[in-house]
Design a protein around this ligand. Structure first.
Ligand code: GN1
Ligand code: MG
Length: 365
C-alpha cells in the first residue's frame, strides 16, 4: 500500500487517498480502484510490459484516440465526462509514470454509477453494448489509422497465431504437448477457415480499420440507471484491425451461455437470441460505415476470433503459462477447451447466424 501511495503521489490528484481496492477481472494488467477523501474515484494500473513492450507509445495512442472521441462527443452535444476514458496526467504532465523498478503506472478517471459485466444480466444490455461498440467504430472511422503505433504486432493475425501454436507444440517447453494432441488436431483442421479474413485483406477485398481489438463485453461500461453503454475502456490494443473480429470478440464472450473458462462443457453454447441483440445494436450504429463485404463476413469474425483465442490459450498452456494470468494449474487448457466447444456450437449455428445478420443489415441500410 505504501508503494501505491508513493506512485499515486506522482499524479495530479487533488486530495488524500481514502481507499485502495484491487480489481481482478483482467488477464493482463494489474489494476486497483482508488477512492479519495472527496469521494472521487480513479483506476490505477500497472501496465504489463511483457505484453506491451513500449508502454509510452501505448499511452500516445490512447491520448490521441480519446481526444478524437471526446471531440466527436463534444460536437454532438454528448457527455464527454462519462462517454470517454480520461487519462490523468502526472504532475509533470505525462500520461504515465515509470518508477525505479521500471514498473509503468497510469491513472484513469473512474466513471461513477456504471459497471462492467462478466455475464450479461439482461439482453437489453447486450443490444446496448452492440450500440456502444458500433458508436466507437463510427467515431473512429475518420481517425488517421497510420498514425497509430501497433502495440502488439500481428495481434489478430489468426494464421500466425495458429503457426505459433504448432511451433509451441513442437518445442513443448512445459512437456504438455502429448496430452493435448487431439486439441492441436482440432486447430490443424481449421487453419484454412481461420485464415479467411487475413486472406481477403491481402486480396484487397476487406479493409483494415481502426479497431479496438479487445471488445470483451466487460470492456464497455454500462450505466447503472439506464443500462445504456457509456464508454469503451481498455484501449491498449486500439490499432489497425478487422471490424469483424471486434464484432466477433464481443459475441464470443457475451453470447457464450457459460463463462470463458467454464469446465463443464455441457454448459457452453452460443446463444442466438443474444447474437441478434448485439448485431442489431452494432449495425444500427456502424452498419452504414461498413462495406458490403465487411458486413457479409461479420459471422466469420465470430468463428475466427473464437478459434484464435482458443489457440492462444492453448499456446500459452504449452509454453508453461507465461502470458495470461492463471488462477489454477490447468487454467489455460480449460479456457482453450471452452473456446473450442464454443467454436463447435458457432459452426453448428453458422447458417442461422448468417440469416439473422442479413435481416439486421437490411433493417439498418
Ligand atoms: C486479454 O486484458 P484483458 O483481460 O481484457 C487479452 C485479450 C483476450 C482476453 C481473453 C492484450 O484481455 O486479447 O481476448 O484476455 N488481451 C491481450 O479474456 O492479450
Ligand atoms: Mg485488455
Amino acid at each position: 500500500m505504501e508503494n501505491i501511495k508513493k506512485v499515486l503521489a506522482q499524479f495530479n490528484l487533488a486530495d488524500e487517498i481514502a481507499e485502495i481496492k484491487p480489481m481482478t477481472s483482467g488477464h493482463i494488467n494489474n489494476t486497483c480502484r482508488v477512492k479519495l477523501a472527496s469521494g472521487a474515484q480513479y483506476t490505477l494500473q500497472a501496465i504489463n510490459t511483457f505484453v506491451f513492450k513500449e508502454p509510452e507509445k501505448v499511452m500516445d495512442n490512447i491520448l490521441a484516440v480519446t481526444d478524437h472521441i471526446r471531440g466527436k462527443l463534444e460536437a454532438a452535444g454528448g457527455d464527454t465526462e462519462r462517454g470517454c476514458l480520461r487519462v490523468v496526467l502526472t504532475k509533470d504532465g505525462k500520461p504515465m509514470y515509470r518508477d525505479e523498478e521500471d514498473t509503468c503506472w497510469r491513472v484513469y478517471g473512474f466513471v461513477d454509477h456504471a459497471r462492467t459485466y462478466d455475464v450479461i444480466e439482461d439482453p437489453i444490455q447486450l443490444y446496448n453494448a452492440g450500440r456502444g461498440f458500433g458508436m466507437f467504430q463510427r467515431m473512429l472511422s475518420d481517425f488517421p489509422m497510420d498514425s497509430l503505433y501497433e502495440t502488439i504486432p500481428d495481434f489478430h493475425n489468426t494464421p500466425k497465431r495458429f503457426e505459433a501454436l504448432f511451433e509451441a507444440a513442437r518445442q513443448d517447453k512445459a512437456g504438455r504437448a502429448e496430452s493435448v494432441s487431439e486439441d492441436i488436431a482440432f486447430y490443424k483442421e481449421r487453419l484454412e477457415a481461420a485464415s479467411l479474413l487475413v486472406k481477403l485483406t491481402e486480396e484487397g477485398e476487406i479493409p483494415l480499420r481502426v479497431t479496438h481489438n479487445d471488445t470483451k463485453v466487460n470492456n464497455i461500461l454500462i450505466d447503472d440507471a439506464t443500462n445504456e453503454a457509456l464508454c469503451v475502456i481498455d484501449l491498449d490494443t486500439v490499432m489497425p484491425g478487422w471490424v469483424a473480429l471486434d464484432f466477433g470478440d464481443a459475441l464470443r464472450f457475451a453470447a457464450n451461455t457459460a463463462e470463458e473458462d467454464e469446465t463443464d462443457l455441457s454448459k457452453v453454447s452460443f446463444d442466438m437470441n443474444l447474437y441478434e441483440q448485439f448485431t442489431r445494436g452494432f449495425l444500427r450504429e456502424a452498419g452504414k460505415y461498413l462495406t458490403e463485404k465487411e458486413l457479409e463476413y461479420l459471422p466469420h469474425g465470430v468463428r475466427i476470433i473464437t478459434l484464435e483465442l482458443g489457440a492462444r490459450f492453448l499456446t500459452d498452456y504449452l509454453d508453461g503459462d507465461v502470458y495470461f494470468k492463471i488462477h489454477r494449474e490447468h487454467h489455460n487448457l480449460e479456457r482453450a477447451r471452452c473456446q473450442m466447444k464454443l467454436a463447435l456450437s458457432i459452426e453448428e449455428k453458422f447458417d442461422e447466424m448468417r440469416a439473422i445478420t442479413r435481416t439486421c443489415i437490411e433493417q439498418f441500410k
